[in-house]
Design a protein around this ligand. Structure first.
Ligand code: PRP
Length: 214
């Protein structure tokens, strides 16, 4: 099997922190490797690595199908996409939380509407709470939904809390903490174990030990 490694990288929130981590781990990633490029495959022959720049939600799909051997992805996406991938390491970056938020003065109704980019996570959470809700899938700017009467609550990630604050919303319930994970395709993990182990060790050294995923 070809020993060249393919790594799916998520554009957006995580990208620059993940590239910083790769640099700190000793990989000489050129300065012009940034997410604003329109190129979707960036090859570094000297490292024997191809990077795919993907939408975050698609990273586990590329890894499950084995077109990317490994991927860097938020736990939020992993929980939502529920793909069959091997979760190797908690990279500890892009730390945030998944929360329920809404307007403070909302009057509870029998089956409140919940807007979210994460319908699986939201449905699972409210089911576990024994609460009946109607989940409405949105693709972004979820905070808008309670302001304009589309939904009573939202389920979304909260990082600095600025988006909630600037829109007069409050965080009501904490669902789970979120960090970025290193994932691998199950077959690649066996067939390219040496190469994947090297990436794993590089990351482990930078982030410290005891970060293995549960
Ligand atoms: C995420 C999330 C919140 C915001 C939280 O959105 O969906 O809207 O960041 O960050 P904060 O607590 O630091 O304000 P993102 O920037 O990914 O854009 P989107 O809403 O279009 O998905």
């Amino acid at each position: 099997m070809n020993s060249r490694l393919t790594i799916a990288m998520p554009k957006g929130r995580i990208f620059s922190e993940a590239v910083d981590l790769l640099r700190k781990s000793g990989l000489s990633i050129p300065e012009d490797f940034h997410e604003d490029t329109r190129k979707l495959i960036i090859s570094f022959d000297e490292l024997d690595i191809d990077f795919f720049l993907a939408k975050p939600a698609d990273v586990p799909t590329y890894v499950e199908y084995g077109v990317a051997d490994v991927g860097v992805v938020g736990k939020d996406v992993l929980l939502e996409e529920d793909r069959d991938v091997y979760e190797l390491l908690d990279l500890g970056i892009s730390r945030c939380r998944m929360s329920v938020a809404g307007l403070a003065d909302w009057t509870p109704t029998f089956s409140p509407r919940v807007a979210t980019k994460y319908p699986r996570i939201a449905s699972r959470y409210f089911r576990e709470q024994g609460q009946q809700v109607e989940v409405i899938k949105l693709n972004g700017s979820v905070e808008l939904a309670p302001l304009i009467g589309l939904a009573d609550r939202i389920v979304d990630i909260v990082s600095t809390g600025r988006t909630l604050q600037e829109n007069g919303l409050i965080e009501l319930e904490h669902i789970t903490d979120i960090t970025t994970r290193l994932i691998a395709n199950r077959v690649s993990y066996r067939m390219k174990n040496k190469e994947i182990e090297e990436i794993y060790q590089r990351f482990s050294k930078v982030i410290g030990v005891n970060q293995e995923c549960q």
